[in-house]
Design a binder for this molecule. Structure first.
Ligand code: ITT
Length: 189
């Protein structure tokens, strides 16, 4: 069975394909020649994830899944949340992290990364969620990963996500948890 993954990130696609196994053939947006800028205007991860799948279902009638994710900081009332990629108004992560640390100041630093996957299959809508709780630190540490990884230490660890290998991060991350749930569901079909 073919399933479209609403992403342009070939690396993400490869990773998820490996977890899901060969019962499902995953296709990216470029595989189906979709160059559209799919709207992401929701105020929750779930809404944004569903916007991606709704778009593909409405335009192409395809079975598909899509994800949205970000960082929620308690002391900032859940910001940057759905605005994680453009918190400072641009995609420049240096600026986004600077703004977050400036706003946070000396407030308590509890935070979490969250991913929500929307799946549309057999005329049914499903959601899968992954969360990892942690702490924001004031000084960046590590060069690996992306986004807010250099300032996030998951609870129970002493390294930031950016100090972990891809294998280490992928074993515990919010995205890995959500993808694991998706894969379990697909395997059970
Ligand atoms: P696509 O929607 O095209 O996949 P994106 O950059 O919007 O790309 P996400 O929705 O997954 O990707 O994530 C939104 C932002 O949240 C992302 O740009 C990062 O700043 C942050 N983020 C998400 N997952 C993260 C992670 O594992 N580590 C660090 N930051 C992350």
């Amino acid at each position: 069975l073919e399933l479209v993954f609403a992403t342009n990130n070939a690396h993400k696609l490869e990773e998820v394909q490996a977890i899901v196994g060969d019962k499902f053939i995953l296709k990216s947006l470029s595989d189906i020649d979709c160059q559209d800028d799919i709207p992401e205007t929701g105020v929750t991860f779930q809404e944004n994830a569903q916007q991606k799948t709704d778009y593909l279902v409405n335009k192409y009638g395809l079975y598909c899944f899509g994800d949205d994710s970000g960082l929620e900081v308690d002391a900032l009332n859940g910001e940057p949340g759905v605005y994680s990629a453009r918190y400072s108004g641009s995609r420049d992560m240096e600026k986004n992290i600077d703004l977050l640390l400036e706003k946070l100041g000396d407030s308590p630093n509890n935070a979490r990364f969250k991913t929500v996957i929307s799946l549309y299959l057999n005329e049914q809508q499903h959601f899968f969620e992954g969360t990892i709780e942690g702490q924001i630190i004031k000084e960046r540490r590590g060069e690996k990963g992306f986004g807010y990884d250099p300032i996030f230490i998951p609870n129970g660890y002493d390294k930031t996500f950016a100090e972990m290998s891809a294998e280490e991060k992928n074993a515990i991350s919010h995205r890995a948890i959500a993808v694991g749930k998706l894969a379990e569901f697909l395997k059970g079909l």
